[in-house]
Design a protein around this ligand. Structure first.
Ligand code: SAM
Ligand code: SF4
Length: 335
């Protein structure tokens, strides 16, 4: 595939966006409280969602411009009926493919992920206790997710676990999660709870990067080792000396990593979002359907990207519901 003008992916702060995250659907087989508003969401009519070919076409354009990494997310990416077709097509592109899933039906796709050369799978699980898992996801599916985590490890995948930390909910399980890394080669990723429309966020529910480290160091005063992070990694990586796996902290709220951000997002209804926190959206699907050139949409989206968290550059701004609730709910953005 002939490469084109890669400078289109560079924003006004010199950040090159080589990582595209595609949301395949707004639907999900779980109802996580921090992601899906209690009243549910109004689903976009099917005719306004990207088809398999449209996803492929847009992804291909990004790869031509210089994108080297694509992650599939959602909603739950695997609930899309044409998931196999989409992944098979995207696997023909010269990019590193990744997927973030809740794991509920991931056992069906082991062979597909292998043939698509996906080596790492990220699975979300916020509690190791059945009742708490049900409380946060509003579904009784803990065992399925747990079995998927074991199955993927057995099948030779690198398994990362995403855990959204919420004060007075799962902070008492932080050490239990770390202990999983003693004998299993898991990468545990603790994520600071982020504010989005309808998710009842408030700063008192936040467990900060520093608080988390303090909790871990209380149990492991001398054994916490800082690891080298990959470039553009949003996670700060650590391990407990002598443990097989590792853990990481993703601190978008207290310690944003915007300076090295290389991500751009495509929603299931074909809008580009230049930042997870930004309410600005740029329709790429409409011009594509009208047979127009879509490069200038990509260029506009990146030229209008704020330096920090969609313009919420101070904690006060981020904590202000008038600002963060203008954005979509996470389930319709694609985390
Ligand atoms: N359904 C898949 C899953 O749960 O992994 C993929 C989509 S989900 C939106 C992607 C990631 O975003 C998950 O790891 C989820 O925990 C995280 N997430 C959702 N809402 C969040 C919030 N308010 N703060 C932090 N992380 C959040
Ligand atoms: Fe579904 Fe993932 Fe959102 Fe949970 S976090 S509701 S699994 S999309």
């Amino acid at each position: 595939m002939a490469k084109q003008n890669t400078s289109i992916l560079i924003d006004t702060f010199g950040r090159k966006h080589t990582y595209l995250r595609i949301s395949l659907t707004e639907r999900c087989n779980l109802r996580c409280t921090y992601c899906m508003p209690a009243e549910g969401i109004t689903l976009t009519p099917k005719e306004h969602l990207m088809t398999t070919d449209e996803i492929y076409h847009i992804a291909q354009e990004f790869v031509r411009l210089g994108v080297t990494k694509i992650r599939l997310t959602g909603g739950e990416p695997m609930v899309r009926k044409d998931f196999t077709k989409i992944l098979t097509k995207l696997a023909t592109l010269p990019v590193e493919l990744g997927i973030t899933t809740n794991g509920i039906i991931a056992d069906r796709y082991i062979d597909l992920l292998k043939t698509s050369k996906i080596k790492t799978i990220t699975i979300s699980i916020d509690s190791l206790k059945k009742d708490k898992f049900q409380k946060i996801t509003r579904r009784n599916e803990f065992e399925k997710v747990w079995n998927t985590i074991q199955l993927y490890q057995k099948e030779g995948f690198i398994v990362k676990l995403n855990i959204v930390l919420i004060k007075n909910f799962n902070e008492d399980e932080i050490i239990d999660f770390i202990k999983l890394t003693q004998h299993q080669n898991l990468i545990i990723r603790f994520i600071e709870f982020m504010p989005f429309d309808g998710n009842q966020w408030n700063v008192n529910k936040l467990i900060t990067h520093q608080e988390l480290l303090d909790i871990i160091k209380y149990t492991y005063p001398l054994q916490v080792k800082r690891l080298t992070d990959a470039s553009n990694d949003t996670a700060k990586n650590y391990k407990i000396e002598g443990y097989k796996g590792s853990f990481a902290i993703i601190s978008s709220v207290t310690n944003p990593f915007c300076d090295t951000c290389n991500r751009i997002r495509l929603t299931a209804d074909g809008k580009l979002k230049n930042c997870l926190f930004s309410a600005n959206e740029f329709s790429i699907l409409e011009p594509l359907r009208a047979n127009k050139n879509i490069q200038h949409i990509i260029s506009d989206a990146l030229n209008q990207k704020y330096k920090t968290r969609g313009g919420m550059d101070t904690p006060d701004k981020l904590h202000n519901p008038d600002l963060h609730s203008k954005n979509r709910s996470m389930i319709t953005i694609g985390g």
